[in-house]
Design a protein around this ligand. Sequence first.
Ligand code: FE2
Length: 411
Amino acid sequence: MLFQNALIENSETLSDIRVSDGVFDEILPKAEPLPGEETVDLKGKLVLPPFIESHVHLDACLTAGDPVWNMSGTLFEGIECWSKRKDKLTESDIRERVNRCVRLYAQNGVQHIRTHVDVTDPELTALRTLIALREEMKDVAEIQIVAFPQEGILSYPNGKQLMRDAVALGADCVGAIPHFEFTREYSVESLNFALQLAAENGRLVDVHCDEIDDEASRGLETVAARALELGLFDKVTASHTTAMHSYNNAYVLRLMRLLKMSRINFVANPLVNTHLQGRADTYPKRRGITRVKELLQEGINVSFGHDDIFDPWYPMGNGSLRDVVFMGLHVCQMMGYEEIMNSYRLITQNAAKTLHISERYGIKQGLPANFIVLDAKNWYDALNRNAPVLRSVRGGKTIAETTPGQSKVLV
Ligand code: FE2
């Protein structure tokens, strides 16, 4: 099949993309159709590698208002709402919601999803269900699963064993939540345990790290030190790191050296952390997002995630990562022309590094023919006009398409 007239990744010149047996066969400025070859004219639209959701909680998705709405919008009321919803958590409930949510993502051009799944559950119901869905939904999206100890590893009964069980069942990544552990000692020990568990079992690591406005929350330095010492390097990701927003600059200067040596990835979640952080502040209110701009300037990998989709902690979300980037650029003050134009990388190439899939991701000859077509001429245009994803192609097959709506001014 020949896809003609594509503007690949902000290129100003057109390309033709030939796909054979589900892989990119040729990418040329102009290709003549072979005898009998099917052609699709992309009409000079923007073509990108598929979007990647590098941080979400699918086990809680699409539960906002069920059974009660979070009236204050705070994290703590979210936890109260969730504890009421948790009673109804069954395999069929999780299956139905995750199916709907992954399909919402598909409509928006997302083909890779890293989901955190709560394993502070003696039955590990959500984890088992997500592991089954990972296989069942692989034609829609590649799902990566993090064993996420929502209530702590040391601070939850049998927490270490639940993490070991989750890894044995097939979790792809080991998580942790150091800022939620009862004590600083537990926090450090939980990270030592999590990274060691990952190293012993050949797993990736993604820690909910310092998701708090407390400037004394310093799980990040332990994550980075263990990533370096255990040789895990870029297999390790620190998500959120919102406390870093509040660290003093002298400490950040010292920390930055270790972060670069460790080569760990960062995930920021601009929608959710702008909404949830700073709640203990009066004025000025902190923005509650990690130092994205400075990390990128130091050559450290950062991707953006949605975190929550319409759940007790975040009452919005339709599976569009465009909104995540849009908010992130505002709140991180990254609205220079080049920053806007290249910001798709926060949900494509940078996120591929986070998921550790870079070697099999991108629009390159010989790789799986996965790409998306947006109703725009470049990413700046797509972001500004909230352009729909016209087509999402996975393994050479179109798995989702959108017909743009039309509006007219009548006067
Ligand atoms: Fe999260």
